[in-house]
Design a protein around this ligand. Structure first.
Ligand code: PHE
Ligand code: CO
Length: 296
């Protein structure tokens, strides 16, 4: 396969992250090797086995409705046909993580950037940056959900705006994305379920986030989430739980974040594992495995 063109590494508060060329690229579908299709197939089957009863129903139903399956790496064009009908989103191929503003601008235009390359077999269980499996399997099914699709677009537009406000608002907004889009839990008709992409694309965390007594599970609160730090290299210490996508939408899309950012200016951030007196605690984590490991 052709190698992604990495441009530079950028030092952020999360350490060095790779930055790639921001150009939109055509998915080189004909170039995927049998090994790459097989990596997709094995990852897909492994998640399909554990996600019923764990992922929220909207995720499972839309995954099926889009025709994603284990057979082969999906073609972006085929998925686009379903997305277009359902919510008007479309996929754009990219080399990898984009600079924040480019990412926000795509979302605001209802374009979801998908990394075109898939992890190597030796990265099967863990990869430190998003690849095609995470981006497609993890993020794309919920773009079929009308309320979630609108949330994602509004998030992008909010990001473009926050970028003009500078550092702290951007940090606040990034935490919101992390604790909802990437690592959110939802109370579905059947009980506690996963909707975060970073969870559904990981076998280990799909089990851990629901079954382990270690992490905290706390009711979603916008300002609380915006103050909460996070780790990108371990399972989460705290998950925030929404009751519905409508609740998330109402709490974020309607209010003007300008005064909220202003109110949070200079506020101390909250360590990822802390529980506050004001939290709506669904489950206080035992901290097993991380209580003693210092803090983010
Ligand atoms: N309402 C936010 C603002 O005024 C935008 C936003 C919408 C942010 C949805 C996140 C999610 O900036
Ligand atoms: Co992601």
């Amino acid at each position: 396969m052709t190698t992604p063109r990495r441009v530079e590494s950028q030092l952020t508060d999360k350490g060095y992250v790779p930055v790639y060329t921001t150009a939109v690229v055509e998915q080189p579908w004909a170039d995927y090797t049998p090994v790459e299709h097989d990596t997709w197939a094995r990852l897909f089957r492994r998640q399909a086995e554990i996600l019923p009863g764990r992922a929220c129903q909207a995720f499972l139903d839309n995954m099926a409705a889009m025709g994603m399956d284990a057979q082969r790496i999906p073609r972006f064009d085929d998925l686009d046909a379903h997305l277009k009908r359902a919510t008007g989103w479309r996929l754009v191929g990219v080399e990898g993580l984009l600079p924040e503003l480019d990412f926000f601008q795509h979302l605001a235009a209802r374009e979801f950037p998908v990394t075109w390359w898939i992890r190597r077999p030796e990265q099967f269980d863990y990869i430190s940056e998003p690849d095609l499996f995470h981006d497609l399997f993890g993020h794309v099914p919920l773009l079929m959900d009308p309320v979630f699709a609108d949330y994602m677009q509004a998030y992008g537009a909010g990001g473009v705006r926050a970028a003009t406000f500078g550092g702290e608002p951007l940090t606040n907004l990034t935490r919101l994305y992390w604790y909802t889009v990437e690592f959110g839990l939802i109370r579905d008709a059947g009980g506690l379920r996963i909707y975060g992409s970073g969870i559904v694309s990981s076998k280990g965390e799909s089990l851990y986030c629901l079954d382990s007594p270690a992490p905290n599970r706390i009711g979603f609160d916008l300002a609380r989430v915006m103050r909460t730090r996070y780790r990108i290299d371990t399972y989460q210490k705290t998950y925030f739980v929404i009751d519905s996508f409508q609740q998330l939408f109402d709490a974020t899309v309607k209010p003007d974040f300008g005064p909220i950012y202003y109110g949070l200016k200079g506020a101390e951030s909250i360590p990822a594992g802390d529980v506050l007196d004001t939290d709506r605690v669904l489950q206080r984590g035992s901290g097993e495995g991380w209580l003693a490991d210092g803090d983010v």
